[in-house]
Design a protein around this ligand. Structure first.
Ligand code: ZN
Length: 208
């Protein structure tokens, strides 16, 4: 069957930057399973998947504006150090901040005595992304999946182990050497347990 709105799609993919460096890939792990039309994937990739079917392979360049957005200087701000009261902060640390746009990963770019400079751009903002994609499977979503806006596993229902918890989109390959999930959890972050991974999966997340 072809991919339509609300298809559950199983994908293998590799995404690279302009220099050919691999940012994220399903190679060597489980493929990604997501709900088409849920906004789980970056917009440029999701829209390119309509009408594809099982077995299709293709390459696609998604410009930054259809991926994680252009890099915006206005998202780099100095905030008072008191806001980090009691926390050890260092350049390169990432944490999740509550903003008007919801939870966003924020990177600390400079720490001085009086302020902390933070960058709320997505780590992949401003980057054109080069995808190699193979559609491994297509099925219709269940009513429950449609109601939740995400895919459920074969037998687990809506627990904390959705497939999309493994979609480490924002984490893959940009310098987190100690913990792949650091960009999502970490300092000052209120999520509990596995929910902390959900910001990695792209634009959707668990909408309960
Ligand atoms: Zn659910």
């Amino acid at each position: 069957m072809k991919i339509t709105h609300l298809s559950v799609v199983t994908l293998d993919y590799t995404v690279s930057d302009d220099a050919g460096e691999v940012l994220d890939t399903t190679e060597g792990r489980e493929p990604l399973v997501y709900l088409q039309g849920s906004g789980f994937l970056v917009p440029g990739l999701e829209s390119a998947l309509y009408d594809r079917e099982e077995g299709d392979s293709f390459e696609l360049t998604v410009p930054a504006m259809d991926a994680y957005g252009e890099y915006e200087e206005s998202l780099v701000q100095d905030v008072p150090g008191e806001l980090f009261d009691g926390m050890e902060v260092a350049e390169g640390d990432t944490f999740v901040a509550d903003t008007d746009d919801g939870h966003r990963p924020v990177t600390i770019v400079e720490v001085s005595e009086d302020f902390v400079k933070v960058d709320a751009n997505h780590p992949l903002a401003g980057m054109d992304l080069h995808f190699k994609v193979t559609v491994q499977g297509v099925r219709a979503a269940t009513a429950e999946e449609i109601a939740h806006g995400h895919v459920h596993g074969d037998d687990e229902g809506c627990g904390h182990h959705h497939h999309h918890a493994h979609g480490e989109g924002c984490c893959g390959g940009h310098g987190h050497d100690d913990d792949d999930h650091e960009c999502c959890g970490g300092k000052g972050h209120a999520h509990d347990d596995d929910d902390a991974h959900e910001c990695c999966g792209g634009h959707g997340g668990c909408k309960h």
